[in-house]
Design a protein around this ligand. Structure first.
Ligand SMILES: O=C(O)[C@H](O)COP(=O)(O)O
Length: 219
C-alpha cells in the first residue's frame, strides 16, 4: 500500500547557537541514522521515492539510512526546517525572551515564539509562519499524491506542521507535536480518498532495546 514515511534527522550539533553550527550530525546522529537504515533493511522496506531537505543534517541522515530505493534521492528545499536560531535571536532582541538552553527551556520557549511568529510580532523573520505553513502543506500534498511508498527525511518543525495541516491541529497541539518528535523517529501517513491520515507517530523501533535506549534523543 502506498504511504509516506517521515523521518526526523539524527541528532545534530546540539551545543550550537546558530543555524550553521547546528547543521551537522553528531556521532550519535550518524549511529541513529545507520540503525534506522538497518531496521528498514530487516523489514524489507523498499521505497519507490526518497525525498530530503537540502540541509546538511537531512542529507547526512539520508546517507546514513541508505534506504533501498530504485530512484535517486530528490532534494527539496520545501522540506527544510524553519530557522529557529535566527528567529530566537530576533525574538530575544525584540521581546526579551532569552535563547533556550536544554530541553526544559526549549519546551517553554517554543510555544511563546511560535505564537509571536504566527501573529507577525517578530520583525525581520526569514519566513512568515503562513509561508512555512503553505510550503509544508504544498510539499506534503504533492508527495502524498505521488505513486508508491515515499521516504521523507526532514525536521521536527516540518513534521509537526505536516500534522497540523493534515489534522487541523491548533497552535498549542502543533507545538506539542514539534516538542515530542525524537531524532530519527518515524511517522507515517496514508493517503485516503478524503485526504492524508496519520497511521504512525514518533516511532523509534531501531532504538527500543535496552542497549540502545540511551540513543532516544530530542536534541
Ligand atoms: O522546530 C523545532 O522543533 C526545531 O526547529 C528543531 O528542528 P530540527 O528538527 O531541524 O532539529
Amino acid at each position: 500500500m502506498s504511504h509516506v514515511t517521515f523521518v526526523r534527522h539524527g541528532q545534530a550539533n546540539n551545543s550550537a547557537r546558530d543555524e550553521e553550527g547546528y547543521d551537522k550530525l553528531s556521532d550519535l546522529g550518524w549511529k541513529q541514522s545507520r540503525w534506522l537504515g538497518e531496521h528498514f533493511g530487516q523489514m524489507n522496506e523498499v521505497f519507490a521515492r526518497v525525498y530530503t531537505g537540502t540541509l546538511r543534517r537531512h542529507v547526512e541522515t539520508t546517507e546514513g539510512i541508505n534506504a533501498n530505493s530504485p530512484e535517486a534521492v530528490i532534494q527539496d528545499e520545501r522540506l527544510n526546517e524553519l530557522q529557529y536560531f535566527t528567529m530566537a535571536t530576533l525574538f530575544e532582541a525584540q521581546h526579551g525572551e532569552p535563547l533556550p538552553n536544554g530541553r526544559e527551556e526549549f519546551a517553554a520557549h517554543l510555544p511563546k515564539m511560535f505564537r509571536a511568529w504566527q501573529e507577525g510580532a517578530i520583525d525581520g523573520v526569514p519566513e512568515s509562519f503562513q509561508h512555512f505553513e503553505k510550503r509544508v502543506n504544498d510539499v506534503v500534498r504533492e508527495i502524498g499524491a505521488g505513486k508508491g511508498r515515499a521516504l521523507v527525511v526532514t525536521s521536527g518543525g516540518v513534521i509537526g506542521m505536516a500534522l497540523r495541516v493534515t489534522m487541523s491541529l491548533d497552535l498549542k497541539n502543533f507545538c506539542h507535536a514539534c516538542l515530542s518528535i525524537q531524532n530519527t523517529s518515524v511517522h507515517r501517513m496514508q493517503p485516503m480518498p478524503t485526504g492524508m491520515a496519520l497511521v504512525q507517530f514518533n516511532a523509534t523501533p531501531h532504538l527500543e532495546t535496552t542497549e540502545r535506549q540511551f540513543a532516544q534523543t530530542h536534541l
